[in-house]
Structure formats: C-alpha cells, structure tokens
Design a protein around this ligand. Structure first.
Ligand SMILES: Cc1cc2nc3c(=O)[nH]c(=O)nc-3n(C[C@H](O)[C@H](O)[C@H](O)COP(=O)(O)OP(=O)(O)OC[C@H]3O[C@@H](n4cnc5c(N)ncnc54)[C@H](O)[C@@H]3O)c2cc1C
Length: 388
C-alpha cells in the first residue's frame, strides 16, 4: 500500500469525488486490482470514520452510508472491500470494551501507516459466526501474549489488509485480537471461485503459531454472551453492508435506464425505455431501491443522533435496513436483466451486478435470522401484555 494520502483540508465530498474518479479510471471489473485500495487510501477516505482528534475526518454512519453506496454504484467488489474497513473503524470509535492503548494503536495504524482493516471471523468448519459457530482457530497463552493457529476464510481484501480482527477459541471463551498481518506465521492465500464479488479478494488467512502481544487482545467472552463491545460492531456491519448493496442496485438502475434509452430494436422508432411493460419493471426497481435508501438513511441518521444507551434499540431497524437494501439489490439486478434481454445476458456491468448482488444475501445478518428476530419481538411484546 503506498504511503500517500490526500492533503488535509479536503472535505469528505471532495475526497469522494477523487475516489470515484480514480475507481472509474481503474474499472476493476471481476478481478482484484491493488490500484483500487490504493486509490481509496490516496483519497484519504480510510480515515473517514475516525474522530478528528485522532487524525480522522470525523464522519459517522450517515457519511459512511453515503460513501459506500456511491462506491457500490461503480464497483460492488471495491465497495465491499472498503465497507469491511469502514465498519471496523466506525465501530471502533463507538464501542465500549476496547483497551485504550489498543484503540490508539489501531487509530495510528490507519492515520499514520494508512493501514486497512477487516474482521476475519468466518472459518470453513464453523460456518457463519453470526450463528454462533465456535472458531477452530486456537489462542494459546505464552509469555507476553498469545500464539494463534488456524485458518479464516472469506477475508475480504486480504491482500490489502494491514491488520485484522481475528476470533479464536481460548480456555476462557472466544477471544478477539487485532492481528498485525505483517507478523511471522501469517500467510495470505487466495479464496474460492465464487459466483460474484470476484474482485473482492476474499481470501484465506492462515495463521501458524502467530505471536500476538497481550495488549492486542480486545476481549474474551463466553460463547453465549453478547459482544463485549456493545451494539456498535453489529450496527456498523449492517449499515455498511446495506450501503454497498444499495449502491450496487442503484448502479444497475442507472445502467439499465441508460441502456433502455439508447436501445431501439426493430424499426428503430421506439426506445426500449418507452415500452409500457419496461416502464413497469423500471418502476419496480425504483420503488424497491428508493424504499431501501429511505430506510437506511433514516436509521443511520437516528444512530448518529442517539446516545450510547439509546443505540441498542436501533439494532432491529439496522437489520431491517440491511435486509431491505440487499433484497432491493437482488430485485433490481434481476429486473435489469429481464429488461435488457440478450444484451444484458452478455458479460458486462449488468450481468456482473446480477451476480454480485447475490452475495448480499450471505453477508450477515441473514434474512431468516432477521425475520426470526422480528417475530420474537412481536410475540414478546404481546406476551408482556399478559398473554401466555
Ligand atoms: C463476498 C463475501 C465476502 C465475505 N467477507 C467476509 C469477511 O471479510 N470476513 C468474514 O469473517 N466473513 C466474510 N464472509 C463470510 C460470510 O459472512 C459468512 O459467514 C460465510 O459465508 C459463512 O456463512 P454461510 O451461511 O454461508 O455458511 P454456513 O454457516 O455453513 O451455512 C450454510 C447454510 O446453512 C444455513 N444455516 C447454518 N446454520 C444454521 C442454523 N443454525 N439455523 C438455520 N440455518 C442455518 C445458512 O443460512 C446457510 O444457508 C464473506 C462472504 C462473502 C460471500
């Protein structure tokens, strides 16, 4: 990663314009291009969600949603990679439970070394950590710290990362560490041939007896206990993922409208965009995406305005926002291909967006977990009124 960062004084919107121009110039398509994370670091947006006092740009969840959805409309994979860094950094500033020294170390890593971060939680055997899977990665206590051994899968933007939040089983429970990926014993391996998000470099992080100093431990919790860091990590993850896929769907909407205006099959007298059946499909796309944007922006704004004690109550709405955004992206990219017919079926932006959108259904919180949570609340509220 080049140690280049845009000079101080630029506003967040100005930096976003820089990032968009750079991303459009790279046009990474289906492959991972290191020029993408470099361009985002050059815009300085890796500091977006750090407080100004710590050298950041002072952005919150509202700004993160705006940046990530704008990037998502250009490249789903690039936006997903950047979302992983953004949710970790955004949650850092709003979480309890971080040792002060460790928080400062991470902030400096981002500000001074222009480092990018992600959370490496998923493992092949244990499945989705969102469902409480126990890590097979093991943390053993040694003099001065821990040794970590195991393998994480689906670690997005793995080649570009400077550090990762890694979960590991410890005798006292599930421990979460900040692992410096330049440590001895760290190996970055390619991921899998996936349907979509092929440019996200979601790889396998192998850890072989990696020494992690004691002061890089965020905390240890028992498997059934909630995250010691409070609601912020889950909230930021839902918002960041929602924003990426909302943007991805909005990009497909823009692309298919442009295509439908240009395309005049047959005698050339009528643009596809003016056919009544196409209008209904474009309207469906638009309704789904505008609903998703309204929900996501509304809850991001309420999160930013709430104090720490009020934020836990917003998690259900953030889950709703992620669910609405990812499903809107799936609907929009599906309708876009129905509109574009044969030309849309050819390899290109619409076809890629269709594949990329599906990944949003796999990123937690998953639809069924969300629906079950909503149901539990409904039933609980009625029971609280005295029904047995
Ligand atoms: C593009 C992409 C990027 C990613 N990036 C990252 C990353 O950077 N870091 C990271 O840690 N992870 C990442 N992931 C991993 C992702 O978050 C999931 O955790 C991972 O895909 C494993 O979850 P799963 O549901 O696919 O698999 P499994 O947990 O094996 O589940 C398989 C199926 O069974 C269902 N299922 C499993 N358990 C239950 C249960 N108890 N009750 C009901 N149904 C169940 C699931 O819904 C699913 O349909 C990424 C995934 C993708 C696709």
């Amino acid at each position: 990663m080049p140690a280049v960062d845009a000079d101080a004084g630029r506003t967040i919107p100005e930096r976003l314009v820089m990032a968009v121009e750079a991303l459009e110039a790279v046009d990474p398509g289906d492959t991972y291009d290191p020029a993408v994370p470099s361009a985002l670091v050059a815009s300085g947006l890796q500091r977006l969600c750090l407080p100004v006092e710590a050298g950041g740009l002072g952005g919150g969840m509202v700004e993160a949603v705006s940046v990530l959805s704008t990037l998502g409309a250009i490249s789903g994979s690039a936006a997903l990679g950047f979302a992983m860094h953004t949710h970790v950094v955004g949650a850092l500033g709003e979480s309890e439970g971080w040792p002060t020294g460790l928080r400062s170390w991470v902030e400096q890593l981002v500000v001074v070394e222009h480092g990018l971060l992600n959370s490496a939680a998923t493992e092949e055997g244990s499945g989705s950590p969102a469902r409480g899977g126990l890590p097979a990665t093991v943390a053993t206590e040694v003099s001065g710290g821990f040794r970590l051994t195991g393998e994480k899968t689906w670690t997005t933007w793995l080649p570009a990362l400077r550090a990762a939040l890694v979960t590991a089983s410890h005798t006292a429970g599930i421990a979460t560490f900040v692992v410096d990926l330049e440590s001895a014993g760290v190996e970055r391996l390619p991921g899998f041939d996936a349907l979509g998000m092929r440019g996200s470099a979601s790889g396998r992080l192998r850890l072989a007896e990696v020494f992690v100093p004691a002061d890089r431990l965020i905390g240890i919790r028992r498997p059934a206990e909630p995250d010691l860091r409070g609601p912020a990590p889950g909230a930021w993850f839902a918002a960041a993922i929602g924003a990426v896929y909302l943007g991805l769907g909005e990009g497909a909407r823009r692309d298919v409208v442009r295509w439908a205006i240009e395309r005049r099959p047959g005698d050339g007298r009528t643009a596809v965009a003016d056919l009544p059946t196409i209008g209904v499909r474009l309207g469906r796309i638009d309704a789904a995406l505008r609903t998703a944007r309204l929900v996501l922006e509304d809850v991001a704004g309420r999160w930013a305005a709430a104090d720490r004690t009020g934020r836990g109550a917003l998690l259900a709405d953030l889950t709703l926002a992620k669910l609405t955004a990812t499903n809107a992206a799936v609907l929009a990219t599906d309708e876009a291909l129905r509109i574009a017919g044969g030309p849309g079926f050819l390899a290109g932006r619409l076809e890629r967006a269709f594949r990329d959108a599906r990944a949003g259904l796999i990123n937690p919180p998953l639809d069924d977990i969300a629906y079950e949570g909503f149901a539990r609340r409904l039933v609980g509220e009625e029971r609280a009124k005295g029904l047995s």
